[in-house]
Ligand binder design. Structure first.
Ligand SMILES: Cc1ncc(C[n+]2csc(CCOP(=O)(O)OP(=O)(O)O)c2C)c(N)n1
Ligand SMILES: [Mg+2]
Length: 252
């Protein structure tokens, strides 16, 4: 009980005394709540109601399996401007339970959505999980930012199959410019190397796929091999881009 009262007071203090300052950086408030076993469909959870009023967003972890996903969302939300405090209520009994961390390594992506991290992250995940096969999914544009890491992949013999979606440019940007800027295309065509030849020159086994029908056989071979491999998909040869769009309905 005492930590909870102290926490509430601290949150209100920082919220009201320095709101402007607080909104300028990510702030996550972890709140020790009532035992989840006490929650019922008929009972309002007072802490969460209070946290929602005092924060930009608030969640309550109602079972241990949700914990990682909720913390992940909270970190993302805290870093999205305008920042503001976000709160996560972690009931006292869940704090004492085992949290299945395997979920956290099933899919690894950069939180801020930066391109260029795919290959270095895939190598890092593989080095940290030598018992697992890692599939790295990158675009030709993103990979171009960290192309030298292909040599690291070969040097470390990391157990990674790197899947390169090569459409010869910034496909997402092409889609955005088509959809929101009347089809004006600027700076989206990239000079990209033949990634398959480049990977082979570095000493990696690599295959190129130009037809959907060939994908399964090549991927099966790549996944079956222990150690690094590269599969380059020539997206431009497979068909026209169907742009799904950014998550928001209207961005611009
Ligand atoms: C460091 C960084 N620079 C720029 C961007 C903006 N950006 C988002 S997607 C994208 C294009 C990525 O191209 P590619 O990796 O080839 O993937 P594609 O969209 O073609 O599938 C760019 C430039 C970003 N997210 N991060
Ligand atoms: Mg691309």
């Amino acid at each position: 009980m005492p930590p909870r009262c102290l926490g509430a007071a601290v949150l209100f203090f920082v919220r009201h005394s320095s709101e402007k300052y607080l909104n300028s950086f990510p702030f996550i408030f972890l709140f020790p709540g009532n035992a989840a076993s006490l929650f019922t469909p008929f009972c309002v959870v007072p802490c969460l109601t209070f946290l929602k009023a005092a924060s930009k967003r608030a969640w309550c972890v109602s079972n241990a399996h949700q914990a990682i996903a909720i913390l992940h969302k909270a970190i993302q939300e805290a870093q999205t401007p305008p920042c503001g405090p976000v709160s996560v209520e972690i009931p006292i009994d869940i704090q004492g339970s085992l949290i299945p961390l395997a979920l956290a390594t099933a899919s690894v992506t950069p939180l801020a959505g930066a391109i260029g991290m795919g290959l270095p992250m895939a190598i890092g995940v593989a080095v940290a999980n030598p018992q697992r096969k890692v599939v790295g999914l990158v675009g030709d544009g993103g990979l171009s930012l960290s192309l030298g890491e292909l040599a690291t992949l070969a040097q470390e013999q990391a157990n990674v199959t790197l899947l390169i979606m090569n459409d010869g440019g910034y496909g997402v940007m092409r889609g955005i410019q088509d959809k929101y800027f009347g089809g004006r295309q600027y700076y989206n065509q990239l000079h990209t190397p033949d990634f398959t030849q480049l990977a082979q020159a570095i000493g990696l086994q690599a295959w190129q796929v130009e037809h959907v029908d060939d994908f399964q056989a090549v991927m099966t071979k790549a996944l079956a091999s222990v150690g690094p491999s590269v599969v380059e998909i020539r997206v431009d040869k497979i068909g026209a881009l169907r742009f799904a769009g950014p998550p928001q309905k209207t961005l611009y």
